[in-house]
Design a protein around this ligand. Structure first.
Ligand code: ASP
Length: 311
């Protein structure tokens, strides 16, 4: 069963990812193709080009990719000036003895392996970023970098501003190999150097051919603390179906969601390619599914589970 599953903001990459699979490409090629499309869209302000920047006005990107057959993985965090961090993550996976590179090291690796630097800050994302700064700071925003204290500003702006966004892609190819990828500009107005769950293998992203794959969007600090993506796969290993495994992982998050607010969405598939998605948001949400028989991506509702119900 050929399958592509994507988070709500992944719609425009789904057909391209399925095309890769239909042309006998690998699951990991499909995941990378789908995510690149979303990263390069300047109107998507939570991923890649045009992502809302950190508190200093720098767009810092996180991404990870994992191959379920070998458990090979690559990730980058707080990467600046590269439009397609998912491809850098893949290159880390394929060329580097490490799994995760961050900050200046990730940028250096990207340039060394042929990625062309670019400006990720678009005029609309600069405007959105400035609109939440106190007026006096917004007028002199170029001086922010020399400011001694950033923490009070991060607490005042970012803490209230949990809405972010992330793109997830999962794919299963002709050979039954599965792969999973995640990309984001992370928590807007974040403290420089903050990593969420997206580049942390096990937290925001996990794939294992023997059981399935899962990826998260939402309050990354909580997915890190519960190792959410890996938990879903582990619950499948322990015998649960994909829906039960997602509910169980959401249950693990429930006390943290109740204590800290924010939300979590999980998209997952089992090893046969049965998809499922779940959200802690009371207002729901959707994800995209396309299989070998589909003419177009199908929008599916995330199962709603309030943090009070979960756990
Ligand atoms: N999970 C992402 C992060 O914490 C953000 C999001 O999906 O809303 O960086």
């Amino acid at each position: 069963m050929l399958l592509v599953v994507a988070s709500g903001n992944g719609r425009e990459g789904v057909e391209g990812a399925m095309k890769v699979l239909r042309e006998n490409g690998s699951a990991i090629d499909a995941v990378e193709a789908g995510i690149r499309r979303v990263e390069s869209d300047p109107d998507e302000d939570s991923v890649g080009l045009g992502g809302i920047p950190n508190i200093l006005g720098q767009v810092e990107l996180d991404a990870s990719i994992m191959e379920g057959r070998t458990l090979a993985a690559g990730a980058v965090g707080a990467l600046t000036g590269v439009e397609n961090p998912i491809s850098v993550a893949r290159r880390v996976m394929e060329l580097c003895p490490h799994v995760l590179l961050v900050g200046a090291g990730a940028r250096r690796f990207a340039e060394e392996t042929g990625f062309v630097p670019c400006n990720l800050l678009t005029t609309p994302s600069l405007q959105k970023w400035r609109s939440r700064l106190p007026e006096q700071i917004s007028e002199n925003f170029r001086e922010l970098e020399d400011r001694g204290e950033l923490l009070p500003l991060v607490r005042a702006i970012a803490e209230k501003m949990r809405r972010a966004g992330t793109v997830n892609f999962l794919a299963r190819d002709e050979r039954g190999d599965i792969a999973c990828g995640v990309s984001t500009s992370g928590w807007p107005w974040k403290y420089p150097g903050r990593l969420g769950d997206s580049p942390i293998i096990g937290a925001g992203n996990y794939a294992d051919n023997r059981y399935g794959a899962a990826a998260c969007t939402g309050y990354g600090e909580l997915a890190i603390r519960c190792n959410t993506a890996h938990s879903v796969v582990l619950y499948m290993k322990m015998g649960q179906g994909v829906a039960a495994a997602c509910r169980e992982a959401m249950g693990d998050l429930a006390p943290l969601l109740a204590a800290h607010g924010g939300g979590m969405n999980i998209v997952a598939m089992d090893r046969q390619g049965y998809p499922f998605g779940i959200t802690s948001s009371a207002t729901g949400g959707s994800y995209w599914v396309m299989n070998e028989k589909s003419i177009a991506p199908e929008e599916c509702e995330l199962e709603r589970i309030s943090s009070a119900q979960a756990g």
